[in-house]
Design a protein around this ligand. Structure first.
Ligand SMILES: Nc1ncnc2c1ncn2[C@@H]1O[C@H](COP(=O)(O)OP(=O)(O)O)[C@@H](O)[C@H]1O
Ligand SMILES: [Mg+2]
Length: 254
């Protein structure tokens, strides 16, 4: 519990990760409060994606600890952490481009439930699953495209689909890696709105890496900034925009 009564859901202490000689994250300590939207910014190569990969168990960390709801998870791998309710999306979308939107939604949960292809076909016949898929497609504004082959959607729509696929698993926490990258400005506003609504209506905690400063300042309650693998500052959007180190390392170039 923090001073203002907000529960800490994810807590990193002294997290370091190197790839061979490249130190991607060095001694990072930060907290993600439950039920809020938290931002992560920093120049290209500053270690943002690496930190997300460490949190979701994609690779082991070299030093430090990562706690999720008070439980140490740094020794767990992706499927175990997903089962605890923490999922991520990628800079590049990972959808099944030859399947339609509803099928993508159904397969996104079958993957977690196991059962292979047989499981997919079973879920596809499960009316409740299909209904939930359609409801979430409506939530992200893709209902009219639900039977369309997803490879035919625009890049922005594919990102919305990916977001809906993640929600299909009813995660407690979603880590979003540059959700607005490559999306046109009109769709960006829609996406921000959907992220906020998912946070408010489903209570899902969001931890968001974002390059678009307008987006992250508008979205996040608290933001951390990395540079050269190290944590420069954490604060409110206003604190961050006025932080000399953040301006020098990052915002000055924006
Ligand atoms: N799989 C990898 N193997 C080797 N080096 C990597 C790998 N992934 C990232 N790096 C390096 O780690 C540093 C941080 O990268 P990354 O976490 O992707 O930064 P960001 O997401 O902030 O752009 C960079 O120097 C990058 O080249
Ligand atoms: Mg990255």
């Amino acid at each position: 519990m923090s001073a203002n009564g907000t529960k800490i859901q994810i807590e990193l202490k002294g997290v370091s990760k190197a790839y061979g000689g490249v130190i991607a994250n060095k001694d990072i300590s930060l907290q993600v409060p439950e039920g809020k939207i938290t931002g992560l910014i920093g120049p290209n190569g500053s270690g943002k994606t690496t930190l997300f990969n460490s949190i979701v168990g994609y690779h082991p960390i070299d030093e430090g600890s990562i706690a999720f709801e008070g439980r140490e998870i740094s020794t767990l791998r992706v499927p175990e952490i997903a089962r605890l309710g923490m999922l991520r999306t990628f800079q590049q979308t990972r959808i099944y481009k030859k399947m339609n939107c509803v099928e993508n939604m159904v397969i996104s949960i079958s993957h977690r439930g196991g059962g292979g292809l047989a499981g997919v076909f079973k879920s596809a016949k499960d009316a409740a699953t299909v209904e939930r898929a359609e409801h979430l497609l409506e939530f992200v504004g893709l209902y009219s495209k639900r039977k369309l082959i997803s490879g035919e959607l625009s890049f922005g729509q594919q990102k919305l689909l990916e977001f809906a696929m993640a929600l299909m698993n009813q995660p407690k926490v979603l880590l979003l890696d540059e959700p607005t990258a490559g999306i046109n400005p009109t769709l960006i506003n829609g996406l921000i709105d959907r992220l906020k609504r998912a946070n408010e209506e489903f209570g899902v905690t969001l931890f968001v890496i974002e390059h678009n400063m307008r987006v992250i300042m508008n979205l996040a309650e608290k933001i951390s900034c990395l540079a050269h693998g190290e944590l420069l500052a954490t604060g409110t959007p206003e604190d961050i925009q006025n932080d000399r180190r953040v301006i020098d390392a990052y915002l000055g170039a924006h």
